[in-house]
Design a protein around this ligand. Structure first.
Ligand code: A3P
Length: 290
């Protein structure tokens, strides 16, 4: 892992977006003060991060649910490793939500108090590969690739933000007992959003009325989020990040199994071989199609 890539910034072996990486923010993470009621959303990129931010915001904030407040989900659950809004986290009221793509060994040490909660959302890596490929070709701050083949090399080599997907999964899973953590799967959320929201509520010890639950589910559905300016991340593009074309979207397709329309037979076989080698005996199950 090197530090010469013009798009990626290497912090202790973890790749971040160079554009937004700041050494003083990164160095402060380890000793960052954790409160017992903090909740961390942890994901590998393209696994449903924005979606989970939206679900938590809807569950917790009445003003978000009934649309009387004008705070974006991005601000409700800001990234730990990027502080684009210059927030002073110590001044934020509880409960605080955070988001991160960091590997298990780089998150605040205090998270191991086993009280603060970690919600780890994972998705099948072939859909992630395709989603990530379009995403990196769309946002100007990310390194574009001419072909999916080219991107697949970088993905399998871990030369992308958050490094190698396999290591991220293994690292967090193998250290799960250090944290108060729940694993959720993107595809389960997609197949049954309502029961997934209930599962999250359970984990957070939060109960909602039927009516509020309906409202959370409705506003967390793909089509509704896609046109919701508080949830679709578009303001980030307006204010901060350039795009290379108009076709992209943070909420691109939001489906299961889109990889089937993109991977060639050879690419798919290669992926399967590498997946088997890296994920042998891995207990979490991945869902590859509907
Ligand atoms: P696609 O690119 O396959 O459409 P992240 O937020 O981690 O970057 O993940 C982005 C992926 O999550 C995108 O996948 C996006 O469409 C999908 N996503 C976001 N909100 C969703 C929702 N409400 N339902 C299903 N998928 C959603």
């Amino acid at each position: 892992i090197d530090n010469n890539n013009s798009y990626l910034y290497n912090f202790k072996g973890h790749y971040l977006q160079r554009q937004f990486a700041k050494i003083e923010i990164l160095e402060a993470i380890e000793d960052f003060e954790i409160r017992d009621d903090d909740v961390f959303i942890i994901t590998y990129p393209k696994s449903g991060t924005i979606w989970t931010q939206q679900i938590l915001s809807l569950i917790y904030f009445e003003g978000h649910r009934n649309r009387t407040e004008n705070i974006t989900t991005a601000l409700r659950a800001p990234f730990v490793e990027y502080n684009n809004h210059n927030l002073d986290h110590s001044k934020r009221p509880s409960p605080r939500f955070f988001t991160s793509h960091l590997q298990y060994n780089l998150v605040p040490k205090g998270l191991k108090n086993q009280k603060a909660k970690v919600l780890y959302v994972y998705r099948n890596p072939k859909d992630i590969l395709v989603s990530f490929f379009y995403f990196t070709n769309w946002l100007a701050i990310l390194e574009p690739s001419d072909t999916l083949d080219h991107f697949m090399e970088k993905f399998l080599d871990g030369k992308v933000e958050a490094n190698c997907w396999f290591d991220h999964k293994r690292g967090w899973y193998e250290h799960r007992n250090d944290f108060n953590i729940m694993f959720m799967c993107y595809e389960d959320m997609k197949k049954n959003l309502r029961s997934s929201v209930l599962k999250i509520c359970d984990f957070l010890a939060k109960s909602l009325s039927e009516e509020d639950l309906d409202s959370v589910v409705r506003q967390a559905e793909f089509q509704n989020m896609k046109c919701d300016p508080l949830a679709n991340y578009k303001d980030i593009i307006k204010h901060k990040v350039g795009i290379r074309n108009d076709e992209g979207n943070f909420l691109h397709k939001g489906t299961i199994g889109d990889w089937k329309h993109h991977l060639t037979v050879a690419q798919n076989e290669r992926f399967d071989r590498i997946f088997k080698r890296n994920m042998r005996d891995f207990p979490l199950k991945f869902i590859w199609d509907i």
